[in-house]
Design a protein around this ligand. Sequence first.
Ligand SMILES: *Cc1c(COP(=O)(O)O)cnc(C)c1O
Length: 823
Amino acid sequence: MLEVAMNLRWSWDQDARELFRRVDPKIWAETWHDPIRLLGQVSRSRLEELAADSEFMQMLSKVHGGLTTYRQSQRWFQRLDDQPFESVAYFSPEFGIAEALPQYSGGLGVLAGDHLKAASSLGIPLVGVGLFYRQGYFRQELDADGWQQERYINLDPHSMALEMVQNARVELDLAGTSVAAEVWKAEVGRIPLFLLDSDVEGNDEEGRGVTDRLYGGGAEHRLRQEILLGIGGVQALSAMGFEPQVFHTNEGHAGFLGLARMAKVMTEQGLTFDEAIEAVKASTVFTTHTPVPAGIDQFPRELMQKYFAGWADSIGVDFEDLMKLGHWPSDPKDAPFNMAVMGLRLAGRANAVSALHGTVSRSMFQPLWPGVPQEEVPIDAVTNGVHPPTWVSGEMSEVYAREVGERWGEADELGWASISEMDDRELWHAHEQCRERLINYVRSRLKQSALARGTSEADAHWFDSVLDPFVLTICWARRFASYKRPTLLLADLERLRGLLLDEDRPIQVIFAGKAHPADEIGKEMIRNIVHFARREDVRHRIAFIEDYDIAVARVLYQGADVWLNNPRRPFEACGTSGEKAALNGAINFSIQDGWWDEMFDGENGWTIASAEGYEDLERRDAAEAASLYEALESQIIPLFYAEFESGVPLGWVQKMKSSLASLGPRVSAARMMKDYVTQLYAPAAASARVLSGDGFGAARNLAAWKSKVRSEWSSVKIDLVDGNTALADLGTEREIKARVLLGDLSTEDVEVQLLHGVVAANDEMVSPKVEVMELESSEDGGFYRYGGTFTCETAGRYGFTVRAVPKHSDLTNFADVGCITWA
Ligand SMILES: *Cc1c(COP(=O)(O)O)cnc(C)c1O
């Protein structure tokens, strides 16, 4: 049983969870679903009783056997024709895997957890690297007035599903003081997750405090954590004998891993700073998660000096060169060091987390690639997904296993299409069970909180009947950050009250979420909701549940009819809670931001009109709130209460089916991980192989070539372009000639390209096509003639232009060189 408890796969294996619940339902609930603590607390006699219970023992043997098979079986990755890499290291400041390992604050961490779980399910060889925070993130409690209180727990890694790794201790120099860290290993199915912990003997107070809590303390504390994560993480992997081919950094926080790896190749292989950049870049993937500049970590120059001046010296790097890695091109010398900027400079491949966020990120980071058109800024997009077995209820899992197939979590469109054919009543019945569980859960949570605040049993009795298991249930749960607008639904209290109290067609609303400890505005919003929810007239229809975490989230996703999301577009980079709710049959009602922008198809949910045209935020919020109420009143509520036929709202179930069939295959983290493998990991591993071969010979060559091209580029000129510019008819072929001066560069170093496309009103081409022009002849004086043809694909204003860009077989993209010449 301990073996099952030590592998976090139990957290998404329904049978294993059921097994632990059966050991002792009461302790299981009290330990907040923690099998290790459960096994520590359950009495000897109970264990003996279980050992004699043949049904239980059979179940245990099934679960244990399942885990063994799961670890050894061939999975998607093993079945690929040719395996593109042997290992990827995935670094993240937080990991949200299970409520029993509280090492996350919100979406970023939960995504990282799902990344590992999906990698495990698909058999992708990956290791996770993070920090072990002794106090985790805070637990939320509300005081009598509804004001958030933060409570920090003290975690003891020895009594968790963690194992200390022998001989993996790392030592770092933090501004002149040596700080050591031990490494804990958690098993996430087939994936090991290594967490560095500085609370060890031999460290001074400050050193021990580096990993005290997630996102606590000021900039310096944060910097120390990030140095430990990035530099310590790389050292720990080395110490354990891991040599990942690809390093993936989840947001900028772990970005120092690039510096650690540069230092390694500089000292061991004698590479220069620029050569080391090439070597590291080839094998690094960076994921950006925030379109809010204030959400990016930045460190003042003094702090960087304190922690990195000596380090730079020791490997022979000019400190100013180091600082430039974290600077925008226009930054003065004393500008703060930006972790996302460094992340992008040291990663050969980068991605945003939804299609819309890709567009936003290319615009936001465009200044890093001067002269490169926004559309060609090398930031790709992989839309976040979620790990189905973690989030989907037992009831729904059974339905899908029957209708879609055992491997429903990895099924494609074809597999999910069969949902449309299934019996309405069965689907509805499974969903109603989950809603009922949610209502019961809310009742008991509200009661517990009230009792904890000192309410008497008699007064708390009231909570046993709060909410109604047959009323349309809308949930809003996530971090209380301003841009997410937690209180938008409360914009017009009278209108909301009317909806809550409607005699025939009422709604009920459940809120949950934490505000960052330093975010007074977020706390104020919580308080506003709580005050409204306590009003005598509406209190039976609205609730705020304290201490949002993975366990609370799961019950909410599973029981909601409508999942509400109303951020200020486009600040929600992706958002994943709606994906988890969708997989449970909830219907999304959301601003068209993040994932919903690309996946809403007119049928599978509802949108709230985004009034981005308004400069004035108050007016904008009011307009969007009006759209929100309007959709509730005219579409959502009527659909839920109409067409009830023997207890089943047929139109609603139709929408559930359309949501499941269209989103099921797309929101799964299996889809996300396959995208990461094909778009990012496999190409990065291939580049890394080329650049590291022959003692990093190719990395040295590439660096030398870039430097030559940069110094000679000013002599590249396109001095003549011939071609017909008259309006063209559809399908007409056009021939274009260009004369190009290359100076001291050769035709091997330069690609001449023809761009053509429709011209917009502002005289710019819209998404032009890029074709390579052929070298036709050379002339004296370093001139070359190139030719190319294109076909007008749209009638009307169709334009073309010619440009020259650097070309090298080891270059990931031309944008990186910083050279581009237009005709
Ligand atoms: C999924 C999840 C989130 C992210 O929710 P968003 O609505 O995408 O911000 C945050 N916290 C928990 C516990 C989650 O499970």
